[in-house]
Design a protein around this ligand. Structure first.
Ligand code: UDP
Ligand code: MN
Length: 353
């Protein structure tokens, strides 16, 4: 007697149930195995990313530095791996302006041209108050005659700053960095430092030379009004992001910087602080690595020299305020810039081997 298929022994029902169970188990196991395999493949990438980008405090600096050393690596290629960071900054993103005057060309410019200018020849421009064919040649045409008066008057200084600002605005650079002609600029450090900030945000980076914000009386307002603001001392150098510079245009571009300076009757760097901190309400970010000769240079420890962005020098009576660094004889290298340069960049051909 043939039995209907449905009745085929219960054992085979059991078998079918077991088969289905096995299949599910096998499926689960293979999914688990697949997941484990994928995780193993991804692990080295994830772990390297973590070390480079977060876990190692120096990872970021090293990565930016190595990008600078390789001209073929662009900001675009790096942004593909670092999505949360501002686009990488390269030297060519920076406009470096140096304020000078005709009577200083001969004794202040040669040391700059011999040292740090060599590391940023295409990015550095000298703003002066005369035509000087000799230095025009020595700087590869990077002397700009502002036609401002060659005096140390407030108006003359604001006039130069105004031309510096307008010249920057005419470029497509992301950063404007101003220095005096008695500054030494640690170029690669400046570039690495700017790499930590986004030029599309508002940044006013520099160092004040006073302990409290400057307080002035605004006589234009009745009753007269007290105005308090910080400013970055020009003699230490400071930088502005392009985003901030664009917002400054209504009060600073096309010569308007001079008018603003005249109104408050204060020097160029103070006028800069007034415009940014008071008019635009954007705060100064204090950067300790900028140094003017208003602070004693000898207190900058040798171990941290490499980390500093700018240095300066001055002669107060018979005493020199200079960086304390061994190297060339003080008779030959009075302001210590040659020795400092060789300490930072020993491969230069004039440095002792
Ligand atoms: N400067 C100028 N015109 C002058 C005197 C100075 O443009 O008549 C510039 C000078 O080249 C330097 C800055 O202003 O970049 C500061 O000058 P200095 O170091 O002589 O004076 P400080 O203000 O530092 O005492
Ligand atoms: Mn000075």
């Amino acid at each position: 007697m043939s039995r209907p298929r449905e009745q085929v022994i219960p054992a085979s029902d059991d078998n079918a149930r077991m088969n289905a169970k096995h299949r599910r188990l096998l499926q689960t196991l293979s999914v688990v195995a697949l997941l484990a395999y994928t995780a193993l493949l991804a692990y080295p990438t994830l772990s390297r990313g973590a070390v480079d980008d977060e876990a190692s405090p120096s990872g970021k600096v090293q990565r930016i530095r190595s990008l600078h050393e390789d001209p073929t690596v662009t900001s675009e290629s790096s942004s593909a791996t670092a999505t949360l960071r501002p686009p990488t900054t390269v030297l060519d993103d920076v406009f470096i302006s140096v304020k000078t005057t005709k009577s200083y060309h001969n004794h202040r410019l040669p040391i700059i041209l011999k040292t740090w200018f060599q590391l940023a020849k295409a990015q550095t421009w000298f703003f002066t108050d005369t035509d000087d064919p000799e230095f025009q040649l020595k700087t590869n045409g990077h002397m700009i005659n502002t036609n401002c008066s060659s005096s140390h008057s407030r108006k003359a200084l604001c006039c130069k700053m105004s031309v510096e600002f307008d010249t920057f605005m005419d470029t497509d650079k992301k950063w404007f960095c101003h220095f005096d002609d008695d500054n030494y600029v640690n170029v690669p450090r400046l570039v690495r430092f700017l790499g930590d900030y986004n030029p599309r945000e508002d940044w006013y980076l520099g160092k004040p030379s006073i302990q409290a914000p400057l307080e002035i009386i605004n006589k234009e307002k009745k009753p007269t009004q007290k105005v308090k603001f910080w400013f970055a001392t020009g003699g230490a150098g400071f930088c502005l992001s392009r985003a901030l510079a664009l917002k400054m245009m209504p009060v600073a571009s096309g010569g308007k910087f001079i008018g603003t300076g005249e109104k408050i009757r204060l020097p160029d760097d103070v006028t800069m602080g007034y415009i940014i901190e008071h008019l635009l309400k954007k705060p100064l970010t204090v950067v300790d690595q900028f140094h003017s000769h208003l602070e004693p240079m000898k207190f900058i420890r040798r171990e941290i020299l490499e980390d500093q962005i700018s240095f300066s020098y001055a002669r107060n009576k018979d005493e020199w305020n200079v960086v304390k660094i061994e190297g060339f004889d003080t008779k030959y290298d009075t302001n210590r810039f040659l020795s400092l340069h060789c300490f930072l960049f020993p491969h230069f051909n004039f440095c002792p081997r």
